[in-house]
Design a protein around this ligand. Structure first.
Ligand code: ADP
Ligand code: 5GP
Length: 193
């Protein structure tokens, strides 16, 4: 683990989790939210199809491409990216609700590495960036296949992007290896407590 100035991490209201697909950041985010009642999830907008276990408005705001383009044109997004052929973006409304006025709420983001850096640029005083790393690339591939949400081609596309994502971990405030889920969640809670 790389340890940043942990004192300052405690006061950050925006906690960004990024990782290569399959490393386990969504699982970690769900655990953190279940155990910390004052924390909320920043629900991103996306054009990707909904997975069977997902709920519109809870996991993502699922939009058509036309609806997403309107959000871009309207200036409604803090940042957005095209990833694996779909659009993903952070809605300004999600962040504004939490940041003004400050009520002690912490906002958890699950975004890609470029999105994480854009969020830091937008909220430099409030953002704390956590890179969730898989223990090994083989284990990441195994987790992606076990999840059974992607076709074999889509799994390969996600793994191909992982190299770029892993190279960007140096820009994060801390790297947490998701070896044992409970241990990784406790490590993150320890940084933010
Ligand atoms: P991401 O959001 O980073 O793409 P997910 O949270 O969907 O990844 O996790 C990918 C798969 O790996 C899921 O099936 C999840 O249950 C599993 N998983 C997550 N963390 C661990 C862990 N520490 N050990 C084993 N499996 C895990
Ligand atoms: P998935 O399709 O597995 O839910 O997400 C694919 C990738 O898109 C993940 O890296 C996820 O973190 C990222 N992502 C989700 N929401 C956003 C967002 O609002 N902005 C950006 N830049 N990436 C996002």
């Amino acid at each position: 683990m790389q340890r940043p100035e942990t004192d300052s991490a405690v006061s950050r209201r925006i906690v960004v989790l990024s990782a290569p697909s399959g490393a386990g950041k969504t699982t970690i985010a769900h655990r953190l939210l279940a155990r910390n009642p004052g924390w909320r999830f920043s629900v991103s907008a996306t054009t990707r199809p909904m997975r069977p276990n997902e709920v519109d408005g809870v996991d993502y705001h699922f939009l058509t491409e036309d609806e997403f383009r309107l959000k871009i044109e309207g200036g409604d997004l803090v940042e957005w990216e095209q990833i694996f052929g779909n659009f993903y973006g952070t809605l300004k409304s999600e962040v504004e609700r939490v940041l003004a006025p400050y009520d002690g709420t912490r906002l958890i983001f699950d975004v890609d590495v470029k999105g994480a850096l854009a969020i830091r640029d937008a909220f430099p005083a409030d953002a704390f960036l956590i890179f969730v790393a898989p223990p090994t690339m083989e284990e990441m591939r195994r987790r992606l296949m076990m999840r059974q949400t992607e076709s074999p081609e889509a799994v390969e596309r996600r793994i191909a992007r992982a190299e770029m994502e892993m190279a960007m971990r140096q820009y994060f405030d801390v790297i947490v290896v998701n070896d044992e889920l409970e241990r990784a969640v406790a490590e993150i809670e320890g940084l933010l407590a």
